[in-house]
Design a protein. Structure first.
Length: 568
């Protein structure tokens, strides 16, 4: 019969449905396999790309060292967390923190602690009396020039003028420019004055900040946001010499920017430009240089960095927080000078602390940009907040207008001639210390100057003496100098108070070095039996820090230090 070989309609439809279902399942399986392969290929490409730029930047040897360092640090961290070891380490850390607390937090008869609001407000005389008492607490005598850096004092007359400025603008807040137009004007003029000092081109802009750290944070934030908006960079990286201020590392942690550190080796202690160039990749958002750096007072090779940044079309930030009003005036003061500012076309931003050698009250700094094409990326603007349109130029919302007034008063009071005179005194004193370190018969055999300092900081190390013993001995004589690490060293940041005490500083350093040298001779003569002798605070801390592959113990100590600051 015709059609007898055909399947019934119901069976045929069932067969076709199953056939189509099988095809659909095969197609779906194929799509899943294809998607899986694409994901795998993208994964391989991603890590191949990372590996390529790692090897390009660090090389095989450098990458091997990085892996070794990471493994060593990790294993030592596990060792420190082992039950028996952990208990012993925690006990020693607790003892060190307790010792620190006894040193920093006053105690004993006559010490009162205010831990809640007085039921009745004090009289003005009571407040003044307590303020005098607090001001006279025992401290390292910065007034006598015995503190490296820390207090960038412009003189008693300038401080009186700053106090008057505070009084006139105590309640002012730049977030309300219509309410406090005078503060807005002074802030704009401070930025303009600092821009002119750094040879800013037409169209250059800037902002004031609370200090060098915030200025650096803003420059890094701007670079990150600019790279994201204009190049789509989602995994930002920045490259800096290892001597660059640690605020760049803070910015990296805050803003999730990967940090590449470039070694600064003897004799120049400057990062090699070729090493920086190898680390540049599509994720790079910022190059960094210092003028000068904090540890050694060395000016990085900003000219070469500028050429590299300009060639690669990358932002270059120059940290001039420490150099501030000294380094731009070196030529006019008759000292050696290296180019570093906006005259170099690759320099796109500069941070300058007006509260250092600008002698403004603490809490003042500036972040300067070649154009608004960079500054706009550090702004925060919320157009749809229920509280109204909100816009702020930097991290803070409300800011103390009194500090801006104090800064403005300092700049116009000093003037260029005042800053040139200060440059003469400060750099001259630094060179006097440097000359003593290089030529004094009691210093030069054992102490070596780090690099070629040109500004206000001179650093020195020793290959024959424990430099931290020198630091502790100077501390016993009433000096507070800065201890450095990697390599172990000491630096002196010269301020106007130190200028008056520089001869005493050199004389005390001579005595200390001779004493430490003699103790070292005794130690060697006794066959090293004194090696376990008690160390001073600096030698103990940095001796331990330098010997540990994992710094978690140092982190614990630093955390305890920060906690101690808030104990009454």
């Amino acid at each position: 019969m015709p059609g007898s070989s055909r399947l019934p309609v119901s069976l045929r439809e069932t067969f076709n449905a199953r056939k189509n279902s099988a095809r659909g399942g095969q197609l779906a399986s194929l799509n899943v396999d294809l998607l899986r392969n694409i994901v795998f290929i993208l994964f391989v490409l991603r890590w191949t790309r990372k590996l390529f730029y790692q090897l390009k930047g660090r090389g095989i040897l450098g990458s091997s060292v990085d892996i070794y360092t990471y493994v060593r640090r990790t294993l030592y961290g596990l060792f420190l967390r082992a039950p028996g070891v952990r208990t012993k380490v925690q006990t020693q850390v607790a003892e060190s923190i307790l010792k620190l607390e006894r040193k920093l937090v006053p105690s004993g008869p006559g010490i009162t602690r205010i831990t809640e609001l007085p039921a009745q407000g004090w009289t003005e005389d009571e407040v003044r009396g307590k303020l005098d008492e607090l001001a006279q607490m025992e401290h390292t005598r910065w007034e006598d020039g015995r503190v490296s850096g820390a207090v960038y004092h412009g003189g008693d007359e300038l401080m009186k003028l700053q106090t008057e400025a505070f009084g006139k603008f105590t309640v002012s807040n730049p977030i309300h420019p219509d309410v406090f137009p005078g503060v807005r004007k002074m802030e704009a003029e401070v930025v303009a004055m600092v821009l002119s000092l750094f040879n800013a081109p037409e169209g250059a802009v800037g902002v004031t900040t609370s200090g060098g750290t915030e200025s650096i944070l803003m420059a890094c934030l701007s670079a990150r946001n600019k790279a994201y908006a204009e190049r789509g960079v989602t995994e930002p990286e920045m490259i800096l010499p290892e001597t660059a201020h640690t605020a760049f590392r803070k910015a990296g942690e805050y803003f999730k920017i990967k940090i590449h550190l470039v070694a600064c080796k003897a004799p120049s202690y400057k990062a090699q430009i070729s090493s920086i160039a190898r680390l540049v990749n599509p994720n790079t958002v910022l190059l960094v240089g210092s003028a000068p750096n904090f540890p050694h007072g060395i000016i990085d090779d900003i000219s070469s960095l500028s050429r590299l940044a300009y060639k690669k079309k990358l932002p270059l930030h120059v940290d001039c927080c420490l150099g501030s009003f000294i380094i731009p005036l070196l030529p006019k003061a008759g000292f050696d000078y290296e180019p570093f500012d906006f005259k170099l076309k690759g320099v796109t931003s500069i941070s300058c602390d007006t509260h250092k050698y600008g002698f403004a009250p603490k809490g003042n700094s500036t972040c300067l940009y070649r154009s608004d094409a960079y500054r706009k990326y550090q702004y925060f603007i919320a157009p749809d907040w229920s509280g109204g349109v909100y816009a702020s130029p930097s991290i803070a919302g409300s800011r103390p207008g009194a500090l801006i007034a104090g800064c403005w008063a300092s700049l116009v009071k000093q003037g260029e001639n005042g800053y040139i005179d200060a440059c003469h005194k400060i750099v001259g004193a630094m060179k006097k210390i440097e000359a003593a370190l290089r030529t004094h018969p009691s210093l030069s055999p054992d102490l070596k100057v780090v690099g070629k300092p040109l500004v206000s900081v001179v650093a020195f190390l020793s290959t024959t003496l424990d430099i931290y013993d020198v630091a502790d001995a100077m501390n016993e004589k009433g000096w507070h100098l800065n201890a450095l690490q990697s390599p172990p060293a000491i630096h002196v940041a010269v301020t106007l108070p130190i200028v008056a005490a520089v001869d005493q500083l050199i004389a005390d350093l001579v005595d200390v070095v001779e004493d430490v040298r003699e103790k070292e001779r005794v130690r060697i003569a006794e066959g090293g039996t004194s090696k376990g002798a008690a160390k001073g605070d600096t030698a103990a801390l940095y001796g331990v820090a330098g010997s540990l592959p994992n710094k978690s113990v140092v982190v614990d100590l630093a955390t305890g230090f920060l906690d101690t600051l808030y104990k009454t």
